[in-house]
Write a protein that binds this ligand. Structure first.
Ligand code: FES
Ligand code: FES
Length: 161
């Protein structure tokens, strides 16, 4: 029978968190929020449908609600709290400038997903931004301002020396 991990070390935003007493199959989302005190990642559907829980694992955007915490022990995890520290505060500023935040529930996941998108593609088209953020649902904004914020950030980054 496969051994159930009950403890692990998560490296989140560059800080090691020793976690013990993990429940079998405990999601990374629950561990981040309840054990690591990082409540920026939001849980809405908890079925991989809305993207509000998006974090980076080794630079790749994943749904933390569908990722077991024990499975990402030793890998590099970045949450929305660490995105600014990692140099993406410009993205957060652009969301505010564009008015792309209303209730804000979707915003942490969108910021993380947008950062991953801009790392892959520094000059995305409107369609590429929409496609890159297709896994992140927003009930408030209609997406126009979100796309504008991401394109604005891409443009600003390209102009940087
Ligand atoms: S809470 Fe994870 S995708 Fe919705
Ligand atoms: S701003 Fe409310 S869900 Fe996106």
């Amino acid at each position: 029978m496969k051994r159930v991990e009950t403890e692990c070390t998560l490296t989140v935003n560059g800080v090691d968190h020793a976690v013990s007493g993990l429940h079998p199959g405990e999601s990374l989302l629950d561990t981040l929020r309840e054990r690591c005190g990082l409540r920026g990642s939001k849980g809405a559907c908890e079925e991989g449908e809305c993207g509000s829980c998006t974090v980076l694992v080794d630079g790749e955007a994943v749904c933390s609600c569908l990722t077991m915490a024990a499975a990402v022990s030793g890998r590099s995890i970045v949450t929305v709290e660490g995105i600014g520290e990692a140099g993406a505060a410009d993205l957060q500023d652009a969301f505010l400038r564009a008015g792309a935040v209303q209730c804000g529930f979707c915003t942490p996941g969108l910021i993380v997903a947008a950062d991953a998108l801009l790392t892959r593609n520094s000059s995305p088209s409107v369609d590429e931004v929409r496609e890159g953020l297709a896994g992140n649902l927003c009930r408030c904004t209609g997406y126009g301002r979100i796309v504008e914020a991401v394109l604005d950030t891409a443009s600003q980054r390209r102009e940087q020396p």
